[in-house]
Design a protein around this ligand. Structure first.
Ligand code: 5GP
Length: 112
């Protein structure tokens, strides 16, 4: 079973050891631009707590934290005016799912 690596790149971003192009931050999440965008808008949304991937998050984050996380996601969607224009949300899980950074994150993409 995989352990959370405290030295992963998003852990370093959370600790301000590596800079990021911040889009949104609150108590529970940090959101910043993907360094290698795959759409006109491509941002990442990460919980501030340590979860390896979406399965770890769904299994181990308590309900209050999960609900706060999704509420922050909604704030970002509204702030970026994507609510009515449209967007994609993706989560890569595991090596076979194309995951490269093992701190849970959502990709939010839009061509609007
Ligand atoms: P995944 O793990 O879901 O496959 O993708 C990780 C994503 O993080 C990739 O889209 C990649 O471009 C992005 N990424 C990797 N390193 C950095 C970084 O240092 N800064 C930022 N802003 N994005 C990164």
């Amino acid at each position: 079973i995989m352990k959370y690596d405290n030295e992963n790149i998003f852990a370093k971003i959370l600790k301000d050891k590596i800079p990021c192009d911040k889009v949104f931050e609150d108590e529970h999440v940090l959101s910043f631009k993907d360094i290698n965008p795959q759409a006109k808008l491509h941002i990442l949304i990460i919980p501030k707590k340590k979860f390896i991937d979406i399965a770890d998050f769904l299994e181990n984050a308590d309900e209050e934290y999960q609900s706060s996380f999704w509420s922050s996601v909604n704030k970002i969607i509204i702030k970026l005016e994507l609510r009515d224009k449209g967007f994609q949300i993706k989560a890569h899980k595991g090596k076979d799912g194309g995951q490269e950074v093992f701190h849970f994150h959502l990709h939010l993409l839009s061509n609007s």
